[in-house]
Write a protein of this length. Sequence first.
Length: 401
Amino acid sequence: MTKRILNAVLPGRDRLADIVLEDGKIAAITDAVVDRSGTLDHETIDAAGRVVLPGLVNAHAHIDKTLFGGPWVSAIQAESVAERIAHERRVRGEYGLPSQQYISNLVEAMIAAGTTHIRTHTDVDPGVGLHGILAVAEVAERYAHAVEIQQVAFPQGGLITNPGTLELLRDAVEAGAEVVGGLDPAGFDNAPNAHLEAIFDLAASTGTKIDIHLHDGGSLGAWEMGLIADMTKGFGLEGQVAISHAFGIVHPPTQSGLLERFAEVGVSLVNAAVYDSPVPPLQACAAAGVLVAGGTDGINDLWGPFGDGDMLRRAMLLAYRNEGRADAELERALDTVTVNAARVLGIEGYGLQPGHAADLCIVDARSAAEAVAKVPDRWMVLKSGRVVAAAGKLAGEFPMR
Ligand SMILES: [Zn+2]
């Protein structure tokens, strides 16, 4: 079926454009026609000068942990990652986590906010087993017409220090997880080489990608990042590895050397601009050729109360924390939740080009930069050419409503 979106503002294009959609893909993009008397029909959408972005991509979430739309539960005011992990282990069962209902609530909010792709780190450990992986997979299947969800098998409770977890990660990959996760190989697991060797070996032998949580900062974090770059090359996984958070990246004495190594072996960075934690320098990373993608991290869970799943707000935070002022800097931040994130996730046929998927997010803004600065309402969201949300509300059939 053919659909047309008229009078669209597209990033990087001076004149208004018309977009033709066919069979779930973008068939053509042309200059908008000035006189179009008699052309409007029910398969024609007049964007009326609004900016059309590709579907937003969340490169780092934890939807299995969320309480979104459920009871309000206080997070703890913990001093360390280890304390938060221990607290979560203790009480998650009490609150019925992971909950398919809460996961669905959050996924629906993300879809309404224009997200068409999500990478989510799902806890895998001997306590929860594959319960989270299976819960997320079931929700993902139900919402597959509106959003694509990629799971990271995530050893949140440690790998080397938590016997049985490595075997479960392998089972999670067999159950469909496309990415192998890791967590502070030195700072939390206290065995950097063994931790990294285990996950690199698993990824290399199963053809999966890697995405490692690295909260370790300063020189320890920088050292671990160097080790990750070495192993990426050693295991032949160039372009398949991401480091999430990467708080050590701003350590000044090593920053430039690290970025060059990341560019060389195709290690990407993922950051959620969480609280006052360090964010990667977007300009320096782009200049070095290192991809930076944006994520939300956890939303309304036992780790913290904040979040709404809106990726434009996340781009705004990344721009703000980078002191982005000029349009070019706001657009650079937008890349972290669009094209860069799509490349980190390995999404084929993504972006505003003929032949690519008609995954579109139409925003009440006159330019991409304004969309980042003001985080306006999403006017309409399309997945594979189908309208899945309009005016911030889901459109059409959704399973949990
Ligand atoms: Zn995380």
